[in-house]
Design a binder for this molecule. Structure first.
Ligand code: ME8
Length: 682
């Protein structure tokens, strides 16, 4: 059943009782980087993520938000998807536990366990923790849950039970025969100790609420959320379906190679899940990798603690690559790590803007200046030890990076790549290509070619290696190196000396504009606004691009719950007819060029593709948006306004933005889904 050429990786499926935060982003980005690299290594890769949508916790969150569970889960699931799209997460499938394919698969799993004699009917009376969806039989009424410290509820229920006690020995045997099954070692030891201390049968159905998957032939019961949730790893690839295509897919990808999880759900993944699979006589996943927690202000970042940071804040300021790089570089994988805006900006400026950004911009701009934008031919006879050293270091870097990445040592692997960046930057400073360029003789010209070739080749090697971690910037550097689409690269054959000589460089533009102090303040303000809901109504109404935390619909947030902002009387009198509205033509535009207008610190000049043509638009958004960040962004353009001149430049259309606060800070309107340039708004 197991095909060594395939690689199946999963994230946990996230609860939809709360919005995504950077803790969720952490696991997802780690998996994305692994999946991207596996694809570049020629593996038949399948990357699954999704949302966990059943259970009492979610039923109650929906009730608190004043909507049906279905509406509630649809809304939050789409927020997760939209965030992953903005983070450039290349998941192959997104499973939702409310989908028919999952419901069918979970019921098939339940029946299979029942038929094999591992499920029986019994009853439970005792304490129940709604938050953990767990019976906590060790405590009496009024005593908080030993897992999470929250109050427990007394319940008396008839239940189906899974014979977990029968799995004690088979599990211990499996752990001992598969030393890499649970990683890291510390987690494996904890699990073994837990199983050795004795396992009791597990209740796998509930009658106290309805929002779940009915037990086959006994719909008074819904299936325990963790049995429901864990099965996603199988149902997403066709388990429970009879179609030949689904059967083939299951055969192709199961068992999973890595279930990536946070350390708080180790017991469910390393004890219950393998126990269900052993009982169902299905192969077990190859490995379960538990990482540490992202801490904020010393505590685990979590919605219930109220100390979360949202990825959108970073996406809106520094961009997705900055967050992806920070999470993999700053946190030693497996251990807990702290997040702070200061550390994020420091890493961004030091490693991305300075080290990699400088290497890229100075190498490429010197090739443009001195060799008319064509990769120069290095001299084969006149290599100095310094040139050789860079080539050797690059080869070593490739080998070390691969080994470290494969060992899940992401931080070390990036450190390795950045040692090469530092060495090349030093090489450039020491070899002074700018001074060599001033000497206009043949030897100097050859020397200059060698220095710039060596630098560009090292840049190519680093760019290829770190592409899975910072996909956006590396794709752009690759283009600038004249190499086309980086996604076509086969990482297995990456070696020193493959840079295409004479290749014409692409258009050179900075990839990481430096962040300054005000970026930290802006991020803090955005977080504060998100947590207090303190964004002005204008933004709520006018900015569909505002991340969900900023819209009127905040589930569980009493201040804005289901609220429609009151419409002032004057506005009613001033209502326009649909014909008036139809006079305004609005289209989706894609920003192709953006640059500051000389002598006007508020204005940006943009060239925007509106489908049928590219328009020049001048807008007063320079204080809120760095031009580089706008390139490629989809915006809304009023296309049938009379052209007007601003600072001598004709502006042919208007970009739509919300206007925040007294200063009228602009926030551009946009879309969560992908929309083509030229699409009409109505
Ligand atoms: O547990 N640091 O969902 P969940 C690092 N639905 N990772 C974090 C984190 C933090 N502060 N906060 C969250 C569930 N995570 C179940 C899973 S799987 C069959 C069912 C990440 O929404 C981390 O991966 O509580 C953690 O395990 C997961 O989100 C928990 O997500």
């Amino acid at each position: 059943m197991d095909n060594p050429e395939k690689f199946y990786i999963t994230t946990p499926i996230y609860y939809v009782n709360a919005r995504p935060h950077i803790g969720h982003t952490y696991t997802t980005v780690v998996c994305d980087a692994i999946a991207r690299r596996q694809r570049m290594m020629g593996m038949d890769t399948w990357f699954l993520t999704g949302t966990d949508e059943h259970g009492q916790k979610i039923e109650r969150s929906a009730a608190a938000a004043g909507c049906s569970p279905r509406e509630f889960v649809d809304r939050i699931a789409s927020e997760f998807r939209a965030l992953w799209d903005r983070m450039k997460i290349t998941y192959d499938d997104f499973i939702r536990t409310t989908e028919p394919r999952h419901v069918r698969g979970v019921q098939a799993m339940f029946s299979r366990l029942q038929e094999r004699g591992y499920i029986y009917k019994g009853s439970y009376s005792g304490q129940y923790c709604v938050f953990d969806e767990l019976y906590v039989d060790a405590v009496g009424p009024g005593v908080p849950c030993p897992e999470c410290g929250r109050p427990t509820e007394t319940v008396c229920e008839e239940n189906y039970f899974f014979k977990l006690s029968a799995m004690e020995e088979p599990l211990l045997k499996y752990y001992s025969e598969h030393p890499d099954f649970i990683r890291p070692e510390a987690r494996r030891n904890e699990v073994i100790a837990f199983v050795r201390s004795g396992l009791r049968d597990l209740s796998v159905s509930r009658t106290s609420f309805k929002w779940g998957i009915p037990v086959p032939n006994d719909p008074r019961h819904v299936i325990y959320v963790w049995l429901d949730a864990l099965a996603n790893y199988l149902t997403a690839i066709g388990f429970g379906s009879d179609t030949p295509a689904d059967k083939q897919e299951l055969e192709r990808y199961w068992p999973a190679d890595v279930h990536m999880i946070g350390k708080e759900i180790v017991r469910f993944h390393c004890v219950y899940w393998p126990a269900f699979l052993l009982a169902a006589d299905l192969p077990l996943p190859r490995s379960i990798m538990a990482h540490g927690w992202l801490l904020f202000e010393e505590n685990k970042m979590s919605k219930s603690r109220g100390n979360i940071v949202r990825s959108e804040t970073i996406l809106d300021t520094l961009g997705g690559d900055a967050l992806r790089y920070f999470l993999l570089r700053e946190i030693v994988f497996g251990q807990d790590g702290s997040f702070s805006f200061d550390a994020l900006v420091q890493r961004f400026n030091a490693d991305l803007a300075n080290d990699l950004g400088n290497l890229s911009s100075r190498t490429l701009s010197m090739i443009t200046r001195y060799f008319e934008g064509e990769v120069p031919y290095p001299s084969h006879s006149e290599r100095t030890p310094a040139d050789e050293a860079i080539g050797n270091l690059a080869q070593q870097t490739i080998a070390d990076f691969h080994a470290q990445f494969e060992q899940f040592q992401f931080s070390r692997a990036l450190e390795t790549a950045w040692s090469l960046v530092a060495a090349v930057n030093k090489y450039i400073v020491e070899n002074e290509p700018w001074a060599v360029a001033e000497r206009d003789d043949k030897d100097s010209r050859a020397r200059l070619a060698t220095i710039l070739y060596t630098s560009a080749e090292a840049l190519r090697v680093v760019t290829a290696l770190v592409h899975p971690v910072i996909p956006d910037a590396t794709s752009r550097i690759w283009m600038q190196l004249g190499l086309g689409e980086i996604s076509d690269l086969d990482l297995r054959s990456l070696a020193w000396g493959q840079l295409q000589l004479g290749a014409k460089l692409g258009k050179i533009e900075p990839v990481f504009p430096r962040a300054d102090k005000s970026t930290i303040e802006r991020m803090q303000q955005m977080e504060q606004q998100r947590s207090t809901g303190g964004v002005s109504k204008e933004a709520t109404a006018a900015s569909p691009d505002a991340p969900p935390g900023e819209t009127g619909a905040r589930p569980g947030h009493p201040a804005t719950q289901g609220a429609t902002p009151p419409v002032p009387a004057a506005a009613i009198e001033n209502k326009i007819t649909i014909d008036d509205f139809l006079k305004v033509e609005m289209r989706v535009g894609e920003v192709k060029v953006a640059e500051k207008v000389k002598g006007a610190d508020k204005l940006l000049r943009m060239e925007v593709d509106i489908g049928s043509e590219v328009r020049q638009i001048v807008a007063g958004i320079a204080k809120a948006y760095q031009p580089e960040k706008l390139i490629g962004r989809k915006v809304v353009i009023v296309t049938n306004l009379q052209p007007r001149k601003l600072r001598g430049l004709e502006s042919n259309g208007m970009i739509v933005a919300a206007s925040l606060g007294d200063e009228g800070q602009p926030v551009l309107a946009g879309f969560l889904e992908d929309v083509p340039a030229g699409a009409k708004l109505k």
